[in-house]
Design a protein around this ligand. Structure first.
Ligand code: NAI
Length: 471
C-alpha cells in the first residue's frame, strides 16, 4: 500500500519526548504531521520504561522509607508493610495515563500516529512496516527522534536475561525484592534505581569506574550525596572496573578490579543492574542508504539547525550529541518545529538542568566548580545549608545545601548546584535567572515566600554577593 495522495509537511520517527513534542509544536504551527512509532504505545523510553515509571517507583518507595524511618519522629505511628504488586501496579497505571495522554494530544492536534517501524527510503520518503503490512509516507521533512538504547559494558559480554542480569528496562519491574542487588555504574540510573530497591529492603552495592559517583556533577555535591547514600545503607566500590558478569545458579557473580591495577574481587548478587550508559539508537532506519552520517559514537551528525548531512532530514534528542535528557530533547523538538515553520527556533545549551530523583534530590545547572577552575574563570561561590532553613527542619528534610557559582567581577550566575528535598523543582527559578543572564544579587533581592525551602536558594544567592541572613 502506498500513500502519495496527502503528502505530509513532517514525518517524525519516534514518539519519545523529542519526537512527540516536535510533532505537537509543528501541528500547532499549522504543519501536517505524522508520527511513526514502533512500540505499541507512544512516549518512547521516557514514558514507557524510563523517567515516568522510575519516578512512580521512586515516589512510592520514598513514602515507604519515610513511613518506616521518619513518621515516628513526626508523631505518626504506623507499621508499614510492602505490597510490591500494588506498587508495580501504581507504576503501570501511571505509565498508561501518560502514554494515553500522548495519543489524546495527537488526536487533538490532528497528528496521524502510525504504529510500525519507520525506514527512510529517501529524503521525503518513509516506509512504515506494521502489523497490517507496509505503507509509504511522502513528506517535505523527516525528523529522526529514535532516542537511545542500553549501551552495556564495552569489552564485557553482558547477557541480559530480564531477571538476574538486567538493565533499567527490567529493573523497574522486578517481581520480588532482591537480597543483594549489585549495580554496575554509579551514574543517574544506578543511583535512582539502586535507591528504589534499597528502600524496599535490598542490600545494594554500587561498583563505579570513576573515583566519584554522579561523574559530571560538581565534586562538592557528589561527595555529600555519596555520604548520604552510605547513611541510607548503600555500599560503594569506587575506582573499580567491572570485568565480568556470570550467572551462577539463581544469581550472578560480578567480577571487578581496581582501575589502577590490582587483584580482582567478586561479588555474589541475586540481581545485577547494568547502568553504564546509553547509546544512540539508529538500527533499521536505513541511514546508510540515504547518506545520513553518524559520528564515532554512532550519533546522527547535525548542524546548528538540527539538519543532518542530507537536506530535508533532521534529528533531535538522544540520537544526536548532547546530554541524554528528556527535557533537552523536548526543547530541541520545539526548536526544530519552529525552524520548519519558518521561525527562529533555538536552544540555550548553557541552561539545561540535570536532576537526579533520589532522596535527597540533586539538581545541577551550568558550570561546576571544577569546570570553572579548569577554564581559569575567576568566580565566587556562595553556599547555604538546609539545616538552617525553618521549613526543612519542620519537614525533617535538612540534608543538603544550595551552592551558587558566579562571575567574580560581574556577579553573573554561572552555575547552581542543589542537593536537598525538592531540588529538581527549586532549580527552575535559577534556570530562569540564568536564561536572562541574571546575577546572584538579582535573585537575592527577589522576595521569596516564607517559610519555603526556596528561601535556601535565596540565602545561597545572598551568600554569593553579600552575606546570608540566617547563618
Ligand atoms: P551514566 O553515564 O549516568 O553513568 C554510567 C556510569 O557507569 C558512569 O559513572 C561510568 O563511569 C560507569 N561505568 C562505565 N563502565 C563501567 C565499568 N566497566 N565498571 C564500573 N563502572 C562503569 O549512565 P546511566 O546511569 O546508565 O544513564 C544513561 C543516560 O540516561 C544518562 O545520559 C543519563 O543522564 C540519562 N538518565 C537521566 C535521568 C535523569 O535525568 N534523572 C534518569 C535516568 C537516566
Amino acid at each position: 500500500m502506498s500513500d502519495t495522495s496527502a503528502p505530509f509537511d513532517l514525518v517524525v520517527i519516534g514518539s519519545g519526548p523529542g519526537g512527540y513534542v516536535c510533532a505537537i509544536k509543528a501541528a500547532q504551527l499549522g504543519l501536517k504531521v505524522a508520527v511513526v512509532e514502533k512500540r505499541k504505545t507512544y512516549g518512547g523510553t521516557c514514558l514507557n520504561i524510563g523517567c515516568i515509571p522510575s519516578k512512580a517507583l521512586l515516589h512510592a518507595s520514598e513514602m515507604y522509607a519515610e513511613a518506616r524511618h521518619s513518621f515516628g519522629e513526626l508523631g505518626v505511628v504506623v507499621e508499614p508493610k510492602l505490597d510490591l504488586p500494588k506498587m508495580l501496579a501504581h507504576k503501570d497505571k501511571t505509565v498508561k495515563q501518560n502514554v494515553d495522554g500522548i495519543a489524546f494530544l495527537f488526536k487533538k492536534n490532528k497528528i496521524e500516529g502510525i504504529i510500525g517501524t519507520g525506514t527512510i527510503k529517501a529524503a521525503g520518503e518513509v516506509e512504515v512496516t506494521g502489523e497490517n503490512g507496509a505503507r509509504t509516507l511522502k513528506t517535505k521533512a523527516i525528523c529522526i527522534a529514535t532516542g537511545s538504547e542500553v549501551a552495556g559494558i564495552p569489552g564485557v559480554e553482558v547477557k541480559f536475561d530480564g531477571r538476574t542480569v538486567v538493565s533499567s528496562d527490567d529493573a523497574i519491574n522486578l517481581q520480588s525484592v532482591p537480597k543483594h542487588l549489585v549495580v554496575v555504574g554509579g551514574g543517574v540510573i544506578g543511583l535512582e534505581l539502586g535507591s528504589v530497591w534499597s528502600r524496599l529492603g535490598a542490600k545494594v552495592t554500587v561498583v563505579e569506574y570513576l573515583d566519584k559517583v554522579l561523574g559530571p556533577m560538581d565534586g562538592d555535591v557528589s561527595s555529600t550525596f555519596q555520604k548520604l547514600m552510605v547513611k541510607q545503607g548503600i555500599d560503594f566500590r569506587l575506582s573499580a572496573k567491572v570485568t565480568g558478569i556470570e550467572t551462577a545458579g539463581e544469581g550472578a557473580k560480578v567480577t571487578f578490579e581496581p582501575v589502577a591495577g590490582g587483584a580482582a574481587e567478586t561479588l555474589d548478587a541475586d540481581v545485577v543492574l547494568v547502568a553504564t550508559g546509553r547509546r544512540a539508537f539508529t538500527e533499521g532506519l536505513g541511514l546508510e542508504n540515504v547518506g545520513v552520517e553518524r559520528d564515532k559514537a554512532g550519533r546522527v551528525e547535525i548542524d546548528a539547525h538540527y539538519k543532518t548531512t542530507v537536506d530535508g532530514i533532521y534529528a533531535i534528542g538522544d540520537v544526536v550529541k548532547g546530554p541524554m535528557l528528556a527535557h533537552k530533547a523536548e526543547d530541541e523538538g520545539v526548536a526544530l518545529a519552529e525552524i520548519l515553520a519558518g521561525q527562529k527556533g533555538h536552544v540555550n545549551y548553557g541552561v539545561i538542568p540535570s536532576v537526579v530523583y533520589t532522596s535527597p534530590e540533586v539538581a545541577s545547572l551550568g558550570a561546576t566548580e571544577e569546570e570553572l577552575k579548569k577554564a581559569g574563570t575567576a568566580y565566587k561561590a556562595g553556599k547555604f545549608s538546609f539545616t538552617a532553613n525553618g521549613r526543612a527542619r519542620a519537614m525533617l528534610h535538612t540534608d543538603g545545601f544550595v551552592k551558587f557559582l558566579a562571575d567574580a567581577e560581574t556577579d553573573r550566575v554561572l552555575g547552581c548546584h542543589i542537593i536537598g528535598f525538592g531540588a529538581g523543582d527549586m532549580i527552575a527559578e535559577v534556570a530562569v535567572l540564568m536564561e536572562f543572564g541574571g546575577s546572584s544579587e538579582d535573585l537575592a533581592r527577589t522576595c521569596h515566600a516564607h517559610p519555603t525551602l526556596s528561601e535556601a536558594v535565596r540565602e545561597a544567592a545572598f551568600a554569593t554577593f553579600a552575606k546570608p541572613i540566617h547563618s
